[in-house]
Ligand binder design. Structure first.
Ligand code: ZN
Length: 203
């Protein structure tokens, strides 16, 4: 499986990182080896002084497709989840400044948290889903899919122009504002509406 991530999909997060608003979605991939194993803690890697959490809505692909029209995009997924795109922000900033690919900052072992999924039919409208991240019991990131610059079905259309989507692939749809550094002993818990979909200990 592959993990396709969307960068800069929420205006407030673009502003907090002082990035330009893109004309097209920013895409990057994370290797499957970056997935944090279930129930394992996230270990801060020694090569970063500033690993940050990015909570994101996930879409799990259930059918192979290429050049998917947005009209039919709803047929290519039936589960929505929540995860964290951990980012070594210091390393990413250095790489970005040099115009280099930023995989090392986002694709390292453990950098991808994939929580539980919820069947799509349980949502009245996938473009109006509240989600949040709590750090040690306090809300630190909050978003709603309504605020995405590119909505789920537009993303499926756009991504599938470049990458064939296969069963089991997961799309990370971008983070809202509130990204921040994690510290040892933090606990990060992710929620869609009131359902807790993961809880991760930092070491
Ligand atoms: Zn992200």
């Amino acid at each position: 499986m592959k993990i396709i991530c969307v960068g800069r999909n929420y205006t407030a997060h673009i502003e907090e990182l002082k990035n330009e608003k893109p004309k097209d979605p920013v895409l990057f991939l994370k290797p499957d080896t970056s997935i944090l194993l279930r129930k394992q803690p996230f270990i801060i890697p020694e090569f970063s002084e500033d690993v940050q959490h990015e909570v994101e809505i996930l879409v799990k692909i259930n059918k192979m497709g290429k050049h998917i029209d947005r009209k039919f995009a709803h047929k290519y997924y039936d589960e929505i989840g929540l995860g964290i795109d951990f980012t070594a922000r210091d390393l990413q900033t250095q790489l970005k400044e040099k115009g280099l690919p930023w995989e090392k900052a986002k694709g390292f072992d453990g950098a991808t948290v994939i929580g539980d999924f919820i069947p799509k039919e349980e949502f009245k409208d996938v473009n109006n889903i509240n989600f949040s991240l709590e750090k040690n019991g306090k809300v630190v990131q909050k978003g709603n899919t309504l605020l995405m610059l590119w909505k789920i079905e537009e993303l499926i259309e756009y991504i599938s122009k470049y990458f064939t989507l296969k069963i089991g692939d997961v799309i990370f749809t971008g983070t809202p504002s509130g990204v921040a550094k994690v510290f040892p002993n933090d606990t990060l818990s992710g929620f869609i509406e009131n359902n807790e979909l993961f809880s991760i200990k930092i070491k």
